[in-house]
Design a protein around this ligand. Structure first.
Ligand SMILES: [Fe+2]
Ligand SMILES: [Fe+2]
Length: 197
């Protein structure tokens, strides 16, 4: 059986090396294709294309900020949790009281990404209808957005269904292991000596 700490490390590594990399590559590709579409549009760009550009810029910026938060704060903390459990060391220090707080923020942001993806799809269809819908660049952009949606679905599934629950459980286990004995918290709690009498 895989040790829980190894599982945490493997999940973080998988997310960083595959899904975070893929997301950035596909966002860059979509930016380039979208720029080509804008360049081929008439001087006065059709309004739906301007809207698509804006929607995509918000989507990309929010998603990249989400990845950075995970890479700089959430994942390093989870890796330290795994290390502490494996080595018997102290729980890692954090600016938050419990991992459940940043995990809830990540879940909220992922829901925001899901909604933004729907908006992006709708704006894509409107923009394509407005300007040379048979142009191959639209087909290319549709393919990139489809690959991004498929990859994001698996990315979010791993985080929400596997990594976050396992990391929260690991943090709880570690805090139980390092919890002070009841006598250290309550001066009136019976000691072993008192109980023997
Ligand atoms: Fe992620
Ligand atoms: Fe995420």
């Amino acid at each position: 059986m895989t040790r829980p700490t190894t599982q945490l490390e493997e999940l973080v590594t998988c997310l960083l090396r595959t899904h975070h990399v893929t997301t950035r590559i596909l966002l860059d590709e979509a930016s380039l294709v979208l720029a080509a579409i804008v360049a081929s549009a008439p001087r006065r760009c059709p309004a739906p294309i301007t809207t698509l550009r804006r929607t995509f810029a918000y989507f990309r910026d929010d998603l990249l900020a989400h990845l950075r938060t995970e890479e700089r704060a959430v994942f390093p903390y989870i890796e330290q949790l795994a290390l502490a459990l494996a080595s018997g060391g102290d729980p890692p220090r954090a600016v938050f009281h419990s991992l459940t707080s940043p995990v809830q923020v990540m879940r909220n942001e992922q829901e925001g990404t899901r909604l933004a993806m729907s908006r992006l799809d709708a704006d894509f269809l409107a923009a394509r209808r407005a300007h040379r819908p048979q142009d191959p660049t639209w087909v290319e952009l549709a393919d990139i957005l489809e690959r991004l949606a498929v990859d994001l679905a698996e990315h979010v599934r791993i985080e929400q269904d596997e990594l976050f629950p396992a990391a929260v459980a690991a943090e709880e286990r570690l805090s139980r292991l390092h919890a002070p004995p009841p006598s250290a918290l309550d001066p009136h709690a019976p000691t072993l000596t008192m109980r023997r009498r």
